[in-house]
Each structure stands twice: as structure tokens, then as C-alpha cells.
Design a protein around this ligand. Structure first.
Ligand code: TRP
Length: 474
């Protein structure tokens, strides 16, 4: 534990909040949330999502922040140390391990998509979307992700920025970056919401996002064959509800050590409960604002709300190519995505870096470069698995390399990590120790404890069983 003595801290509560909100707000909010809401029928998905964020995600934020702060080490070091203090098995350290390894895998492909946002920012600025039609927009995207040189350059450019910031340390790197980037992010988002509100179909968007239609959320068409045969009926399905739970975890940066590591840089005077609420509120506000920025354009230009992952990269450019000031708006939009992605990717590189730093005692610069380049190389496999790129023919259980890593982290590592974290704080750390660590009012503590002890593990357990069932049976 060579680095433990000089373990860094945030310089203020504000700096910490900015960094944590920066971690939470990312591609998950601006790229994933709108298209998932689109597929889940809009308002009903949004409502269920918000319930999960506040009743399951926020208590988990509290759990991770408090574990990190109590341990004052990397997720692995903290978990081992707390398990020992509580006279529990050192195997609880596996929660730290799954976080650190999971974060390493996620950054490797998060950076690929981060690279796409950089490339699309440049494309937009160069006027590449002027008057393109749907076919050209699709061809543009597919030919870009199929290009081994372009995708390599953009992926390493993105990873390079991430390494640069992480190498400069907690106060000199992370804090400094977020204090510039987060206000920029909010400003751009606001400009885009206002622009969309005036030029796009705002009324329809508000109706879509806030007027819940639970049929859309809870039923899906029974099967493609039945639809083709003209006999489409709808069957009950919890798929989108579980999707909303997974998305709430991803969006809050839970279960991969990001939040626990950021918690380890906290001092004892910060109120963890209040901070968690602030982070969750800011994160959901940005997701909703992203929806308010994107859907007016989607509706005004007749794009498909249920388009999926291509919504941002294949549909929106069509609109940017036609709208007044489209070059500026498009460039700002992809710049916004890039900024959001960078402040998240630093929090994904941070858990592995803090662990290796602690273990080896190397200086931070060396660790950041080593881990960043290693993750970058692993990421090339993901980058090249897309479109017609060099590794696109490789299939792991029917998934591309990128999708396989996404499946492993999102569907296995994250739910298991979340489940065991909830069980740990709820059942294996003494109630008294948790109470002292959180220093909450009695009533607030009891609500948190109930949610962490019973509600979170049950909900996460259900989602995990469902995933395994679908994988094995479906
Ligand atoms: N929350 C980020 C987003 O919404 C991504 C992210 C950063 C993340 N750190 C994480 C996701 C840790 C899960 C776990 O894009």
C-alpha cells in the first residue's frame, strides 16, 4: 500500500460534486437515455426510470460513497480494509476487484464511442451533413466505423485526452477539467434545448416525455413472425422496466468503482446523503434536458423515436443538415457529447489507476499512461468489431466484441457488483458503523437503511435472474 500515505483529496465539496456529476453525466444520458426512452414509449419509461434513480440508485450512491470514504483507498483496498474492520471474509474484496476490472473493460469501449463523438464533431464542423438524406447519413456512419485508420485515430485521441487529465491527479487534473467542462456542458445543453424548443416540435416532445402510456412500456409485439403474418398481438413484458433499472445504474456510474473511488477522495465533513441526492438530481435533469433537446428535432424532421443506438449518429445529422445554423448546432451537439463522455471516462480510468498506484507506488503519470494505453489497446478490438471493420466477423456467442464487453459489464459485472454492495452495507457492516459514517438524521438513516437492505438487493436480484434466464432460455 505504498501510495496510501499521500492519497489525495478534493479541495472542496463543490469540486467533488462537479466531478461526481461529471462522472454520472455521460454518453448514458445524452446518447442512451433518449433512445431507450424512445423505445420504451416515452413518459412511462421516464417515470419508472426516475423512480429507480431515486429509490434504488441514490441509496446505492450513498453506499458506495460511504464505503470509499471510510476506506480511503482504491475500491479493492477499501473493501478489504472495511471487511477486515468488520471481521468479515476478505472475499468481500472481490467487490472492489469486479469494479476495477469492470471499469477497465468499460473504458476500453467507452473510449471508442467517445472517439466517434470527436470525429462527428469534426465532420459536422466541416459541413459533412449538409442536406444529406437518410441513406447518406447511414452510409457516412457505417463507412466511418468501418475505417480502421479513422476509428483508431479517434479512439486514441479520446483516450489520450482521458490519460492526460488523469495523469495530472485529483486536484490538478480531474478537478480542473470538470470545473471548466461541466459549466460548458450545461451552457451548450441549454442553448440546444432553447434552439430545439423554438425550431422543433416542443409540444409533442413534452407530451411524449411526460405523458406516460404504460401500454407502450409494458407490452411488446409478440413476435416478428406473428407481425409478418398479420396476427400481431401484444404480450406483457418487463424488458423495458428492467432496461430502465440497468440504465439508472449505468447513468449514476454505479457498481464499477467510479463512485467508490471518488468517495475515497472525500473528507469527513462532507454530507454523503445530501451529495448523493444532488448528484442524482443533476444526472436526471441532464437526461431529461437531453431528451428536450433531441426529441423536438426528431419529431419536427419525422425521424424515428425508436431508432435505437443510431438515433444520435445516423438520424440527427439528417436534421442538422437541413436546419438553420445546422453546422453550428451539430458541432455544438457533438461537442456536448464529447465533453460529457470525457468527464465520465476519467472516472472509469480512475479506479484501475488508483489501485495500481496504491499497489506499486509508481507515480501517477506512469500509472495513468500504462493503464490508459493498455485499455486503449484492448479497445481497438471493440473499435474494429464495428461495421465492416477488420474484426467485424468475430462473434462471441453471437455478439460483436464491443457488444460482448457491453453484455459482460452491463449484465453480469454491474448487477452482481451492485447486489453484493447492497448486501454488504445492509447486512454485513454493523448498523452502528454505518450510522456513524453517514451521520444522517435518524429518520433519513432509517429510510436509507431500509432501501439498501431490502429494496435494492431484491430489485437487482430480480434483474439479474431475468438476464440469466433470457440468456440461457432465450
Ligand atoms: N455514467 C456514465 C454515463 O452515463 C458512464 C460511467 C462512468 C459509468 N463511470 C461509470 C457507468 C461507472 C457505470 C459505472 O455515460
Amino acid at each position: 500500500m505504498a501510495g496510501a500515505a499521500q492519497h489525495a483529496h478534493w479541495s472542496s465539496r463543490w469540486a467533488f460534486i462537479m466531478a461526481a456529476v461529471g462522472s454520472a453525466v455521460g454518453l448514458g444520458n445524452i446518447w442512451k437515455f433518449p433512445y431507450e426512452a424512445g423505445q420504451g414509449g416515452g413518459g412511462a419509461f421516464v417515470m419508472v426510470y426516475l423512480l429507480f434513480v431515486f429509490f434504488i440508485g441514490t441509496p446505492m450512491l450513498v453506499a458506495e460513497l460511504s464505503l470509499g470514504r471510510r476506506g480511503q483507498l482504491s475500491p479493492i483496498g477499501s473493501m478489504k480494509k472495511i471487511a477486515q474492520e468488520e471481521k468479515r471474509s476478505p472475499l468481500w474484496g472481490l467487490i472492489g476487484w469486479s469494479g476495477v476490472v469492470g471499469a477497465f473493460i468499460v473504458i476500453s469501449f467507452y473510449s471508442v464511442v467517445g472517439g466517434w463523438t470527436l470525429a462527428y464533431m469534426v465532420k459536422s464542423a466541416m459541413g459533412a451533413f449538409s442536406n444529406i438524406d437518410a441513406q447518406t447519413a447511414q452510409d457516412t456512419f457505417v463507412s466511418y466505423i468501418s475505417n480502421p485508420v479513422m476509428t483508431l485515430v479517434s479512439h486514441f485521441a479520446f483516450m489520450g485526452i482521458t490519460i492526460f487529465i488523469v495523469a495530472k491527479g485529483v486536484q490538478g487534473g480531474l478537478e480542473k477539467a470538470v470545473t471548466y467542462l461541466m459549466p460548458a456542458l450545461f451552457a451548450i445543453l441549454l442553448v440546444l434545448v432553447v434552439y430545439s424548443g423554438f425550431t422543433g416540435d416542443f409540444a409533442k416532445t413534452v407530451d411524449f416525455l411526460f405523458n406516460p402510456d404504460f401500454d407502450e412500456l409494458l407490452y411488446k409485439a409478440n413476435s416478428p413472425e406473428a407481425i409478418a403474418a398479420g396476427g400481431a398481438t401484444k404480450v406483457f413484458s418487463l424488458d423495458m422496466v428492467l432496461q430502465a433499472l440497468g440504465q439508472s445504474f449505468f447513468s449514476l456510474s454505479l457498481a464499477l468503482g467510479s463512485i467508490m473511488t471518488y468517495g475515497s477522495y472525500l473528507t469527513r465533513d462532507v454530507n454523503v446523503g445530501r451529495s448523493a441526492l444532488t448528484i442524482a438530481a443533476a444526472d436526471s435533469s441532464v437526461a431529461l434536458m437531453a431528451g428536450l433537446a433531441i426529441f423536438p428535432i426528431v419529431f419536427a424532421y419525422g425521424l424515428d423515436v425508436a431508432e435505437g443506438g443510431g438515433l444520435v449518429f445516423m438520424s440527427l445529422p439528417i436534421a442538422f443538415g437541413q436546419m438553420p445554423f445546422g453546422i453550428v448546432v451539430g458541432t455544438l451537439f457533438f461537442g456536448l457529447l464529447a465533453v460529457a463522455a470525457i468527464t465520465s471516462s476519467i472516472s472509469l480510468l480512475e479506479p484501475p489507476v488508483s489501485y495500481v498506484e496504491e499497489k506499486t507506488g509508481w507515480n501517477r503519470r506512469k500509472v495513468a499512461i500504462t493503464m490508459g494505453v493498455a485499455a486503449g489497446v484492448l479497445g481497438v478490438l471493440s473499435a474494429y468489431s464495428q461495421g465492416d471493420n477488420m474484426l467485424s466477423s468475430i462473434s462471441i456467442f453471437g455478439l460483436s466484441i464491443m457488444d460482448a464487453k457491453d453484455f459482460l459489464t452491463n449484465n453480469i459485472i454491474m448487477p452482481l457488483g451492485g447486489l453484493f454492495t447492497a448486501l454488504f452495507v445492509g447486512w454485513f457492516v454493523s448498523r452502528k458503523a454505518m450510522m456513524e459514517e453517514l451521520a444522517m438524521e435518524d429518520k433519513t438513516f432509517r429510510i436509507w437503511y431500509f432501501l439498501a437492505r431490502f429494496v435494492s438487493p431484491t430489485a437487482i436480484g430480480i434483474i439479474f435472474i431475468k438476464i440469466i434466464y433470457d440468456t440461457v432460455v432465450g
